[in-house]
Design a protein around this ligand. Structure first.
Ligand code: CA2
Length: 148
């Protein structure tokens, strides 16, 4: 793995509302603040940070990360976690580390949030660290890059 390969941080639907709605579940940090924290954690490693409400767009960005290639992906697929075999299939084609990330602990929530379709292809799964989890995940991927 090359140190100049970027880390991709991809966010699914409704996460553009982070910090503005449901602070009891998702906290008060905005997605712009999360991006700044991820850039600080990435240091010299290039970082691509995106959010979309569209399943098609999310899949195209996973393809892009595969083709670039990205050093690794941190992905919070949000609701697509539980519904999208298309996102699962796209991630299967990515041959490098994938961190599935959730701000909340999905297992403490309603049963519809318990069964991730993405986890079987993830290298690591993080849930419940709040927005701070993103920077932790980026730091972990950066260390994997350095280790080669
Ligand atoms: O905890 C997470 O990061 C989730 O992936 C967020 C998803 C939810 O469907 C997953 O079960 C867990 C929902 C994202 C909704 O985003 C909002 C953010 C702030 C305020 C309202 C919605």
């Amino acid at each position: 793995m090359c140190l100049t390969d970027p880390i991709y941080v991809l966010n699914g639907p409704n996460l553009n509302r982070l910090g503005k709605r449901e602070p009891a579940i998702y906290g008060s940090t905005t997605l712009a603040e999360v991006e700044a924290q991820c850039r600080a954690a990435a240091g010299d490693v290039p970082l691509v940070f995106r959010q979309t409400n569209s399943e098609q767009q999310l899949i195209e960005w996973i393809h892009e990360a595969t083709d670039v290639p990205a050093a690794g992906i941190v992905i919070n697929p949000a609701a697509f976690t539980f519904t999208s075999i298309a996102v699962l299939d796209a991630l299967k084609m990515f041959g490098r580390p994938i961190v599935e990330l959730h701000i909340s602990n999905i297992h403490r929530r309603e049963p519809i949030y318990h069964r991730s379709l993405v986890s079987p292809v993830a290298t690591a799964v993080m849930a419940g660290f709040g927005a701070a989890g993103y920077a932790i995940a980026v730091d972990a991927l950066r260390k994997m890059c350095v280790a080669g």
